[in-house]
Design a protein around this ligand. Sequence first.
Ligand code: NA7
Length: 549
Amino acid sequence: MSHEANALTTDYTLNSNDVATFDAIIIGAGFSGLYQLHTLRDQLNLSAVVFDVAGDVGGTWYWNRYPGARCDSESYYYCYSFSKELQDEWRWTELYPQHDEIRRYLSHVADRFDLRRDIRLNTRVESAIFEEDTDTWLVSTNEGKSYRARFLISAVGVLSSANVPNIAGLDKFAGEWYHTGNWPHHPVDFSGKSVGIIGTGSTGIQAAPVVADQAKHLTVFQRTANYSVPARNRPLSSDDQQWIQDNYDEIRLKARTSTNGHPFDVNQESALEVSDEARQQRYEDAWTKGGLRFRASYRDLLQDKSANDTASEFIREKIRQVVKDPVTAEKLVPKDHPFASKRPPIDTNYFETFNRENVSLIDVKATPIVEITETGIKTTDAEYPLDVIIFATGFDAMTGSLLKIDIRGVGGRTLKETWAQGPRNYLGIQVPHFPNLFTVMGPGSPSVLTNNPVAIEQHVEWIRNCIRDMNDRRLSRIEPDPAAADEWVEEVNRAANKTLLPMASSSWYLGANVPGKPRAFMPYAGGMAYYANLSREIAENDYRGFVTR
Ligand code: NA7
């Protein structure tokens, strides 16, 4: 920390009487916001409030309740590790938790730590303006109220701003339509209906088999064929529960010290240094076991294109074996990007779904969607009558929700303008000229490349420690040195370029899925454990690269 000046900050007073004042304002009541509130209020004894536009806690999981919605990380480590008591008392019922079970868990956390009394639901933060005379943020909500705080913490989530593509005619569609990331709370009945799903990312791949089970007919509109590995979801037995409890310390340690927050052992061999038979057998075993750990089959799957080709080709062959109609199978076989260069989905009977009589696949790269009519979707080739359209078209990821808020830093500059060419920040956690603003899971941090709770806990605890250190040192202001931020952006690009991730040119990691969004590789691919150590070392070295006063 370079000390430009020392100021007494903990007992500052405010002139205005009608602005409620807190030490910290947190935006978002999901995994990040709930834990951040607990750390600041219950560990540092600060005053903090959480705002969330949703009607309950849950963050991303409040909104994502589409058919088939479940987490792709395994339940027993897609959860907090900070409280042993919480860990001991909670039992997950399935290997991959369904959306409602995750909501129940977060609701339990909110109750257990008595968080609700400091959470304002149904409240949208509309603007946040940094005022230099007091080094505080003035935050305004849709209720027309203003609040002031020294610290502003964005816990808005990385996949929380639904992306509905701008397809002509949607306003004329007479049927029902939904975006998966904004799913209604009432049950949606597909029985007897013709349903169309646009999108074959993780979401479309989860939803399609469930919708096909109920609908009269399902048409999947696919722009990019995707790799997917079977999840092999199952209920957790009492033996599983025992194993989890007996091994929790090791599971947590492994998750924290791994590349992406999953407690997997990555096979340290190269895919290219083993025999064809051994490689085939390893992929078969991983396929049978299922889940994202398929990626851990060899150490170089994400670094070396030739190594990756072996895994990509294995999955392509699996698709051809599963899907009976060879024409449909070939459409489903991904050819334009390496396996896992886009976020790899895992599924339950996705490819099998295309063997059903009531399911058809339309390749909208070959025959693009032209418009939505009153009665369905029209491509360059045909018109498909539909009662329901499901947009599984993803998110304005990583920056979308943050940039919807009018955030103004020093000199009135907006975050939107500041990031017009792509996000620039330091460690993904602070932006130059936006003092005392912290972004949990911000672009430039490992975030979406990880099992999220691991990345969230690391960020939340780093922010807590930083605020504690500032209070101890009686500092009022922290922000990155612009040079440190520039260097970090270079490091983010360097780390990405050491992997195959940039090869998926339409990936949301690059912002490529949202028209007009600047192309910049957003998550930090240098590895969770490396990033956590670096962040700790920077803090211990007087917050190297940050400027304080
Ligand atoms: P994704 O992964 O962004 O997938 C969105 C899908 O929607 C993808 O197949 C897109 O095709 C497709 N898409 C987007 N816009 C259109 C239009 N206009 N026309 C046709 N198809 C379109 O979002 P998900 O919700 O599936 O997953 C997001 C993350 O949530 C996931 O990675 C996990 O981390 C959890 P494209 O590939 O761009 O050609």
